[in-house]
Design a protein around this ligand. Structure first.
Ligand code: ZN
Length: 64
């Protein structure tokens, strides 16, 4: 079988397009930060603390 026009997407290029957009999801009294890259932080009762951790992830995303 032959497949013409098959395009392979380089994974490295995809990795470069990862955007860290953190959104806070409220769960009752807790607020948990979730990122568009798949990262999510622990639920916090303090909203400022959750936002601070979210900001810290956006600036210094965990490698790997
Ligand atoms: Zn992220």
């Amino acid at each position: 079988m032959q497949t013409e026009g098959e395009v392979e997407e380089p994974s490295a290029e995809r990795a470069a397009l990862v955007v860290h957009q953190v959104t806070l999801s409220e769960r009752g009294p807790f607020v948990a930060p979730r990122c568009s890259c798949g990262w999510y932080g622990p639920a916090r009762r303090s909203r400022p603390l959750a936002r601070d951790e979210a900001a810290a992830h956006e600036t210094t995303p965990p490698d790997g």
